[in-house]
Design a protein around this ligand. Structure first.
Ligand code: ATP
Ligand code: MG
Length: 400
């Protein structure tokens, strides 16, 4: 049986935590972000409706559904129909949706587990004459007469036929696609992510977006020690992440001269720390241009030598902004699971060297001291090299 075309997409967002003016800003930004994400695929209508957003795409509805389900702030989205709050009409649509889900006919397939099912009515419109429980029973009775494909299961149903009775209409749906949750990108300002080609920093960027940050990206590149492949890999990661937050800016910093100066002039054990301090300083200056109020890194405690607490402190000392480390307590397995979910894992595991492994010391120090580092940095005159690196930055906009 062909799928009856849904009229619209019913978008739910987590509103409980929102108070006062925050709520209007949250909703405004959510609708703005949905518009930006949907604009490329063709005409649609969008409106706010009492704690929901209703989208009516003219075509490419499945694609619109996928886009909405990737928008931060969205708790879930359902392809839904708007109809009269009438038991027969609701039951007829419900049966059609069950046919679509389970195949036509009233009998359960031999040997197949019979899914639990319930009708759930939510009544935002209390002027509606029937109490929710009564409407649930009447629709269920009308739908389930002679029906053997499902059994009634009120507590943990496998399938739920949802009916939202609202002032602007009655909406019904069977499918509920989870969104990423979190806050709409941009509601909490901007962050600048230090993006390597590794597994962790793209995940950290995604987690920042989920908390409402619009994330810009900076990567440090060291030609000719690193080739085109490493660059393309980072750009590809930004492309995947742009699929979540929209078009994204990537700054590429030519880092070779800084790294060579550190490699040749600093005690070997401190090299990695000094590379990171220099990255933090340069990123802080770029953040001012981006109007970003925090740096974001993929660092986590204890993962590599540069990530001991004293070393994290020494690195942070060089940053002029708060350093957000969303993965600070994550295991590698947890980071990998998230990377798979958001779609960056495949790119991150392409075998390309990164600038810090090329220049890696044999035995990095497990502890360091900011004052000692500052002295070395002055001795080897890193300042002018960092100025030059900033002058050489190239910036581009990356689309999904
Ligand atoms: P990742 O998987 O993100 O590379 P990691 O666990 O391998 O992280 P490191 O390689 O020590 O850890 O890097 C720590 C953090 O420093 C990275 O998560 C990233 O934020 C930043 N970083 C490292 N190298 C670069 C680079 N070449 N360009 C931009 N940021 C970098
Ligand atoms: Mg790395």
């Amino acid at each position: 049986m062909s799928h009856p075309e849904p009229d619209l997409l019913l978008v739910r967002y987590a509103e409980l935590a929102l108070k006062g003016g925050n709520r209007a800003r949250f909703e405004g930004t959510l609708v703005h972000n949905l518009r930006e994400a949907l604009d490329p695929i063709g005409p649609y209508e969008i409106r706010r409706a009492w704690g929901r957003v209703v989208i009516v795409p003219e075509r490419r509805k499945r694609q619109a559904l996928r886009i909405v389900a990737r928008t931060f702030g969205v708790k879930s989205v359902s392809p839904a129909w708007r109809l009269e709050p009438d038991v027969d009409a609701l039951a007829a649509l419900g049966r059609r949706l069950l046919d679509e889900q389970l195949g036509p006919g009233a009998r359960a397939q031999q040997g197949a587990a019979v899914p639990g099912f319930r009708v759930r009515v939510k009544r935002a419109d209390k002027s509606f004459p029937q109490p929710s429980g009564e409407l649930e029973r009447r629709v269920a009775d009308a739908m389930l007469e002679g029906e053997e494909r499902v059994r009634v299961e009120l507590r943990e149903p496998d399938l739920e036929y949802g009916i939202d009775v609202r002032p602007e209409g009655t909406f019904a749906f069977l499918e509920r696609v989870p969104g990423p949750g979190g806050l709409p990108v941009g509601t909490l300002g901007r962050g600048l992510c230090l993006l390597s080609g590794g597994i962790d920093s793209p995940v950290a960027a995604w987690l920042g977006m989920k908390r409402g940050l619009r994330v810009g990206f900076v990567t440090f590149h060291s030609p000719p020690y690193l080739g085109e492949g490493s660059r393309r890999k980072v750009e590809e990661l930004v492309r995947v992440l742009a699929g979540w937050q929209g078009p994204s800016r990537l700054h590429e910093v030519p880092f070779t001269d800084v790294q060579v100066a550190i490699r040749d002039g600093a005690p070997e054990g401190l090299r990695t720390i000094l590379y990171r301090r220099s990255m933090a300083r340069i990123a802080t200056r770029l953040a001012a241009l981006e109007k970003a109020e925090a740096l974001i890194t993929g660092e986590s405690v204890g993962q590599v030598a540069s990530q001991t607490l004293p070393n994290l402190a020494t690195i942070e000392d060089a940053a002029g902004l708060p350093v957000l480390r969303p993965l600070v307590t994550a295991d590698k397995e947890e980071a990998i699971a998230l990377a798979r979910r958001i779609g960056t894992f495949g790119v991150s595991t392409q075998p390309e060297p990164d600038c810090c492994t090329v220049f890696q010391p044999r035995r990095p120090a497990l502890a360091s001291d900011a004052a000692v580092c500052a002295r070395v940095e002055a001795e080897i005159e890193l300042g002018p090299l960092e100025d030059a690196a900033l002058d050489g930055v190239s910036t581009r906009r990356v689309l999904a």
